[in-house]
Design a protein around this ligand. Structure first.
Ligand code: AMP
Ligand code: MG
Length: 387
């Protein structure tokens, strides 16, 4: 059995393409110290009007390059926001809100957790179930959380699939708790109750995009003056805002699914705003090479078809979505991957959502929706998908 995890691919891409040098990696493990902010442990390289950092969080490598007079403060705030949100939506962190909800089946929840779950449910409905936030038990059975990979029996998958009912995570008013002693208080608070016993939610397919949107919002609210451009990579999830100092747009490499980490078959120019404007532009990729294992030459990837409970295997190697809405882009990469080429094209044409996409099939051919045609440079065979 062989397994591989790709980390920092696109961050490496950005560093290469934006000509950044001198970024020093730093371990971003939360210290757990009371009174210390996560960002206190970061190593940030600040020179020439920009700040650069890299650290591990969200089960991946995070890279940030921010330009402008307040770039260092902005990077620190973004790192702290990532840590805060990770404590809300992570399925694996022992101290996370979602983990508590998954273990207890009902819990008072923060606005952010309710929002992330609602968005996941909504995109699940719009994609007719291709995106399913309740697949946790199935993903777990394949070993994608523990990294102790295995092929579950068909009956096991069938049973676990019956728990994958996202609509059964329902918003309810719950009696508030007196946190000091665990007693029930007199008022009510908003929470989530699982109507199917044993169900669990996994926000792995949307969480990084959700966090990217929160960062974009924070930069627009707090750093509209102090930041002129930013490129933030949360694993395969890239958020670009503004421009580089010379007024040039950011460029992001598209990983070649058949090659080593950081080898690209195309470059996408971020369609970000004119100078001084921090409108976000997200480029999100899901690839079957990101997390997988192999048994007897068969590759089992971490994206699961909710209809069968088996890893997707449909001739696609990666799906990239561009949008100003990062949570949408994140969830759609997963959903479109599940749909496969024909249905993905149909979904794009349906106009349900406003986005563009780049599909790479297992023969290395690149397909671009027409809105991306002038933004992508590639040396491989490319076909344009029209409306
Ligand atoms: P991404 O890398 O964004 O494609 O997300 C993949 C992750 O989402 C997996 O590692 C699973 O945790 C989870 N996942 C797998 N299949 C699905 C699916 N069909 N719908 C929603 N989430 C999924
Ligand atoms: Mg996704």
């Amino acid at each position: 059995m062989r397994s591989k995890s790709i980390v920092g691919v696109l961050f490496a891409a950005i560093l290469a393409l934006s000509g950044c040098t001198g970024s020093r990696g730093a371990s971003g493990e939360p210290s757990g110290d009371q009174g210390h902010l996560f960002s206190d442990s970061l190593v940030i390289d600040t020179s020439n009007g920009k700040s650069v950092t890299a650290f591990s969080a969200l089960d991946t490598v995070i890279g940030m390059t921010v330009y402008g007079a307040e770039s260092e403060n902005a990077i620190r705030d973004a790192a702290d926001l990532i840590d805060r949100m990770d404590k809300v939506i992570s399925t694996q962190r022992e101290d996370s809100e979602l983990r508590y909800l998954n273990e207890s089946g009902n819990a008072i929840c923060s606005e952010e957790l309710m929002e992330a779950v609602s968005r996941g449910q909504m995109i699940g409905r719009e994609t007719e179930g291709a995106f399913n936030i309740a697949l946790y038990p199935v993903v777990e059975a394949w070993g994608f959380f523990s990294k102790d990979y295995r092929i579950p029996e068909a009956e096991e998958i069938e049973k676990l699939l019956m728990l994958a009912r996202p609509e059964d995570a329902q918003k309810k008013e719950l009696p508030s708790k007196e946190w000091s002693n665990g007693d029930e208080g007199s008022s009510v608070e908003k929470g989530i109750v699982y109507e199917t016993e044993g169900m669990k939610i996994d926000l792995g397919g949307i969480g990084k995009g959700f966090i990217a949107d929160k960062i974009a919002q924070m930069f627009n609210e707090d750093y509209a003056e102090g930041v002129t451009g930013a490129v933030i990579s949360l694993g395969g999830n890239i958020l670009c805002m503004g421009k580089k100092p010379e007024g040039k747009p950011f460029k992001v490499g598209l990983q070649d699914p058949d090659k080593g980490v950081g080898e690209y078959l195309a470059v996408i120019t971020a369609d970000s705003s004119s100078e001084g404007d921090l409108t976000p532009f997200s480029i999100v990729t899901s690839g079957n090479y990101e997390r997988f294992f192999e048994v007897d030459g068969v590759k089992y990837t971490h994206i699961i078809d909710p209809e069968t409970g088996y890893p997707v295997e449909n001739g696609l190697a990666s799906v990239t979505v561009t949008s100003d809405d990062s949570a949408l882009a994140d969830a759609l990469t997963t959903a479109l991957f599940v749909m496969g080429y024909d249905k993905a094209v149909e979904f794009w044409r349906s106009g349900t959502y406003d986005f563009e996409m780049a599909l790479i099939d297992e023969n290395g051919k690149l397909y671009l929706t027409e809105g991306l045609k002038d933004q992508v440079k590639s040396y491989v065979q490319t076909e344009v998908i029209t409306r």
